[in-house]
Design a protein. Sequence first.
Length: 491
Amino acid sequence: MKEFKRGLCWLRRDLRLEDNTALHQALTQCDEVLICFIFDEQILNHLRSEFEYFEQRASDPRLGYIYESLLELDQNLNQQYNSQILIRYGHPVEMIPQICKQYKIEKLFFNRDYEPQAKKRDLAVTEELNKQKIAFQHTKDHVIFEHNQVRNGSGEIYRVFTPYKNKWLDLFQKHQESFLKPLKNPAQSSFLSITDLKSEITIKDRSHWETVSKILFQTPSISAGRKSALEQLKKFKAQALAQYHDNRDFPIREGTSLISTAIRHGVVSIRELVRISIEEKTSGHQIWLSELVWREFYQMLLDTHPHVKERCFKPEYDQIKWRGEAHTFKAWCEGQTGYPLVDAAMRGLNQTGQMHNRLRMVVGSFLCKTLLHDWRLGERYFALKLLDFDLAANNGGWQWCSSTGCDSQPYFRIFNPYTQSKKFDSEGEFIKLWCPELQEYSAKWIHKPDLVTPLEQINMKCQIGVDYPLAIVDYELMRKSALEMYQEIRD
Ligand SMILES: Cc1cc2nc3c(=O)[nH]c(=O)nc-3n(C[C@H](O)[C@H](O)[C@H](O)COP(=O)(O)OP(=O)(O)OC[C@H]3O[C@@H](n4cnc5c(N)ncnc54)[C@H](O)[C@@H]3O)c2cc1C
């Protein structure tokens, strides 16, 4: 006999049965556990309005990813425990108390989420449960260290990454035994039986969930679910991790883990990733761990400085008068700027929902410092398109590119898109993947194809300005304008 008869584990961005802190707690404290997932009406309404704003069909591969991951999880619950996941659509603040009442739940368990909207929602849910005298417990799961756990000697939160990382590593060293072993669910784990849930519409009824959410669950460009994510990690470990530091900046190489979508939705745990990163001491392992720490740095920033969701981290940068014109934003979104690496990256994003980190930096810097658009526009477009969209990392990345963030590049450091292209896609292989019209252009010309004479353009079967756009702006002129624009607020 355990402390509680029946517990509810509410999954959100932790779609897994293994190494899941909230679920582990629920199974430890309760005789019987019910697992639920709610298609959150508020989130989906917002998503639909974003599709409308960008004049796109409401069809989302992230929902496809979530759907397929839940389907796999449900299958495992069926096979291992003769249970199923309970799925609802609506407002969690109404749904959770309703589920608790219907299934006589005594305690709710969930893992903490650090996004401002999610924190508000979770507070509202727990206040409701308080009124109904239902117990609840929320746990840290999404990160290794949260809130102000990593702080400097004066007890303050870090605003610069490197000292944060050093302190993070130091703390990790001291407490690592608590992260090294996967959380093992109790041997007699017991879930609510399928027969108790027989009146529920199951996750298998895809068209029902698409109809109620009014968004199509598009199949994602990467395989969803835990099984695929673990295979991806195994491959990365065997083939790329030790050379990560050498290869991670080159979009054409399979140099990075491609695990961001899986960690975003929690089909693997952050502890599982960190465990892999400390298995060996190669430079590749160490640099990869640093990237995981960047993820935590941005989670911590969003949690402790929620204003960054709407405003610049550095308030003085809110005074910038962005000079971008609407038609250049449209060209950027569509991959039609006449800057081949930028266009290839954006077309790839539009088709697959994925973009390499180096390219995110290149297109981000290009949007803000060459086309002179407000970083929030780019952030918003990425939020609609990225399979791995995560508010904290996306916001951190955009504020870094636009120099408005807490530890971002200085405003006068402006990526030259031609130099970036020559350096990180020297042969133009990535460009040719997404701009096939430039197929015949050699490595010498592909980065700046408008330098080729009109006659040679015909020989290369792609006339610039006809088959591929002319550069939409002059980089050197825009660079000067960008410096002026940033300097205006410093005078
Ligand atoms: C403008 C911009 C927007 C971004 N938006 C997102 C986003 O919405 N979601 C997202 O997960 N990442 C975002 N990033 C960070 C980074 O580009 C991706 O995490 C990375 O490309 C994912 O590929 P990977 O899994 O192969 O990464 P790897 O290089 O294998 O790194 C491993 C993991 O570390 C984390 N990570 C790596 N780099 C960063 C970083 N700079 N900041 C935060 N976490 C990092 C990710 O969880 C990643 O999966 C953004 C970066 C920029 C510059």
